[in-house]
Write a protein that binds this ligand. Structure first.
Ligand SMILES: O=C(O)CCC(=O)C(=O)O
Ligand SMILES: [Fe+2]
Length: 286
């Protein structure tokens, strides 16, 4: 299988990104900041595979979500959700504890494997963190686009952490992951810590969505706080993440401002959510 990134090319310009990638991808939403701070590469790929080729079980960089669109040929995509147990099995395969070349990974997992056949003109959305393996049935040409988002931060953090520990994604991890995390953090720090910010809750569903986002951003706060401490300590291994911060942030002390504002924002939202939960609960009882 040959895989090439085509971000920023004429081919990329001719593609309309799916709604999800456009609306959820911080790269797109924060493009204004990204240009100034040396553009981050969006992830668009083109893949050409021979019939009979097989991409073994893996999770994409930092558990990014992505779409896979088959232009010609046929592919079978096998999927497993990123439960704690499944991720542990995959990690064992990555570190060599399990011989993934001898064992069909789903046999060790507790969730059923899902198989999707993708034919010419069809596309599949692979959610964040999903383990997948791909078998090419007929010679094929496919396009893919990947992104990370604040709605899956918990998952990104766990998988990014595993990548760093396994040191298996030195060169092809998610492009400038840390930088994007900081941009997301800044966006919510500003929005949520504003004095007039209120979260709109109208029904149990919107409450669940808001609670989900709260938990994801809480995971993000842990991550950026850890980075701030490392930056303080000037540990050699963290130079790279310092370098990946948006330009000028370090000098202007922005990293501390963002961390503090996000913490304040989260506290505020936590209190609001509790209040809303009580209100909704009361309403239902009446
Ligand atoms: O098509 C393939 O063989 C691999 C595709 C893949 O892993 C992906 O789109 O993430
Ligand atoms: Fe993949």
């Amino acid at each position: 299988m040959a895989c090439l990134e085509f971000t920023g090319t004429r081919l990329a310009e001719s593609i309309t990104l799916p709604f999800l990638q456009r609306e959820i991808n911080p790269l797109v939403r924060f493009a204004r900041h990204l240009k100034r701070s040396k553009a981050v590469k969006a992830s668009l790929y083109i893949m050409s595979s021979k019939a009979g080729s097989f991409t073994p079980w893996h999770v994409d960089a930092a558990g990014e979500a992505h779409w896979l669109s088959v232009v010609s040929g046929v592919k079978w995509v096998y999927l497993l959700p990123p439960t704690k147990h499944n991720v542990e099995i995959w990690r064992s395969a990555e570190t060599g504890t399990i011989r993934a070349d001898l064992i069909w990974l789903p046999d060790l997992c507790r969730t059923p494997v899902v198989k999707v056949e993708l034919k010419e003109g069809e596309a599949l959305l692979i959610p964040s963190g999903y383990l997948h393996a791909v078998f090419t049935v007929e010679d094929s040409l496919a396009l893919a686009g990947a992104w990370i988002s604040e709605f899956n931060m918990g998952c990104h953090m766990v998988l990014r952490g595993l990548e760093i520990v396994a040191k298996n994604r030195k060169d092809n991890g998610y492009p400038q992951f840390e930088r994007q995390c900081w941009l997301i953090a800044r966006y919510y720090a500003k929005k949520w810590s504003a004095p007039d910010f209120r979260i709109e809750i109208t029904n149990p569903n919107s409450l669940r969505c808001a609670q989900h986002l709260y938990r994801q951003l809480d995971a993000l706060l842990i991550f950026i706080s850890a980075q701030t401490t490392k930056i303080n300590a000037r540990k050699v291994g963290w130079r790279k993440s310092v370098a990946s911060l948006p330009w000028g942030w370090r000098k202007r002390g922005m990293i501390y401002g963002v961390t503090n504002d996000l913490r304040t924002g989260l506290k505020k939202v936590d209190a609001m959510l509790l209040e809303m939960e009580n209100l909704l609960f009361e309403k239902r009882r009446v």
